[in-house]
Design a protein. Structure first.
Lengths: 248, 245
């Protein structure tokens, strides 16, 4: 069986013509925020079941598959899976409380759903559109600062990840795969850190050479008719998130 | 015109560029050669202010580079040794547009520059292609397009043929030839003079941070062929006829 070749574009825009690709990034950002709020307000099996359907819909609308996006977030799996075990463990009898573990499990699942929706956003939104959405939503210098930050993070992370993969493959190519896990982690981490600094220097140089500006010409963004359902969905999610607090 | 006057660049305790004085005329095709570590990259990075000289000065059209860095970086486009270091977007068109967007140009002008730059490097119609799906030669040409979209008077390419196969080298050379013919000044930094000599108006060779040889290609090659210590590979057909012109 061939090697699983899914994780190539984690945290990266994938050009395409899916429904999500054609939507205004501001609407998509709004859905992200509203989805996260709803997930925190409804961390119940029923609430999360509904949100699961929605998360799958978001990923599909972005032209991706749940498997692909979930695989891209596999680094989070150890934390999400061990959280319920740690939450359920007790220092004395009964040694493990199922109820607490269950609640922590729901919280972990909630995080996974939020990550899926975020993955759908990243997959379907060019970095410069994200920057434009942030700068047009948040006015003034704050928006420029956030916009440039978003741009830099999403430009730097894929490069950094590629460097880490290269470091790991370089280690394996010379028999490093047979080393104990601790040594492998040390080698990749050390090489990765070194490369990260070098990468940051080169990226800074490239951005300087290309006249990186605080306030560049931003891509044209405009709400269209097809964005209305997205905004309506975000509004519904926000209402669903707020209602429980109002009732309380 | 780029005019470097008595430029010195230090890297820690090492003097990378040692008092170099060199001019690049508008529209000129200059080959800047020299072995690894001779200071070529350090020198050309002073041309648009990416590196500040420790002493000396670089002027573009008579104005110090440090006076207006954006103007300098617009006038002198830079293509790095590894094009992946300067490609910042996921798609071809978005990457070429990155520079003009930073200049604050209107959308129509950006669209025009992107189309022109892609056409100039033979990537016409590839604006929506994914950058990570490009070959090494196409990435090199994309990096050139990114620099061209800034409408530079001079294009500086640092070891542009590294890692390219022959068809890709040929494609890049053809594009450089066309750009030069259209009036763009070209500076190619290399340690291997194959192919580029035929395009060059002038050759300058750096050794240990100093200009060791400077002149028309035939003269420079004659000197290089006689002095193997300069560490520059000279094409056989040129080495065998030092008086080639």
């Amino acid at each position: 069986m061939g090697e699983l070749r899914l994780p190539l574009l984690m945290f990266a825009f994938v050009p395409g013509d899916s429904l999500a690709h054609r939507l205004d990034p501001r609407g998509k950002l709004l859905v992200q925020i509203a989805f996260a709020a709803a997930a925190y307000a409804h961390t119940t099996p029923r609430g999360l079941a509904v949100l699961s359907l929605l998360a799958v819909g978001c990923v599909r609308a972005a032209g991706g598959s749940v498997r692909e996006v979930a695989w891209g977030y596999r680094w989070a799996a150890p934390f999400l899976l061990t959280a319920p075990l740690i939450a359920g463990a007790t220092l004395g009898a009964p040694w493990f409380e199922l109820d607490r573990a269950f609640r922590a499990g729901l919280a972990s699942y909630r995080v996974l759903l939020i990550l899926l929706v975020a993955g759908a956003y990243v997959r379907s939104t060019p970095v410069r559109d994200s920057r434009a959405a942030v700068q047009r939503t948040v006015p003034g210098k704050t928006g420029q600062f956030l916009g440039i930050g978003v741009g830099l993070v999403f430009r730097f992370l894929p490069l950094l990840r590629r460097d880490l993969v290269a470091a790991r493959e370089g280690m394996r190519a010379r028999g490093g795969g047979a080393l104990p896990v601790r040594d492998r982690m040390r080698i990749v981490a050390t090489a990765g850190l070194r490369r990260a600094f070098a990468r940051a220097d080169r990226l800074a140089l490239a951005l300087n050479a290309r006249c990186l500006a605080w306030n560049p010409t931003l891509p044209r963004l405009c709400f269209r008719r097809r964005d209305l359902p997205v905004v309506a969905l975000a509004a519904a999610l926000l209402v669903a998130a707020v209602v429980p607090f109002l009732r309380a | 015109m780029i005019a470097a006057a008595d430029v010195t660049v230090c890297r820690g305790d090492t003097v990378a560029v040692d008092g170099v004085t060199l001019t690049v005329e508008d529209g000129e095709f200059l080959v800047l050669a020299g072995p690894n570590g001779s200071g070529k990259t350090s020198l050309v990075r002073t041309f648009n202010g990416l590196t500040e000289p420790d002493s000396g000065e670089v002027r573009i059209d008579g104005r110090p580079v440090t006076e207006n860095l954006v103007a300098a970086r617009t006038a002198v486009g830079m293509v790095f040794q590894d094009p992946r270091d300067q490609i910042v977007a996921a798609t071809v068109g978005a990457d070429v547009a990155f520079g003009p967007e930073n200049l604050g140009l209107p959308h129509d002008e950006i669209d025009r520059r992107v189309a022109d730059a892609l056409a100039a490097v033979g990537l016409h119609g590839r604006a929506e292609d994914r950058v990570d799906a490009l070959s090494g030669g196409e990435r090199e040409r994309l990096a050139i397009a990114g620099a061209l979209a800034m409408a530079p008077a001079h294009l500086v390419l640092d070891e542009p043929f590294t890692g390219l196969d022959n068809p890709s080298r040929r494609a890049v050379l053809d594009r450089l030839h066309e750009l030069h013919a259209a009036g763009t000044g070209v500076v190619v930094v290399t340690h291997d003079l194959r192919d580029v000599l035929e395009l060059a108006d002038r050759v300058a060779v750096l050794a240990d941070g100093e200009v060791a040889v400077e002149g028309p290609p035939a003269e420079a090659v004659a000197t290089l062929a006689a002095d193997a210590d300069l560490g520059v590979r000279v094409p056989d057909k040129w080495a065998n006829c030092g008086s080639h012109s």
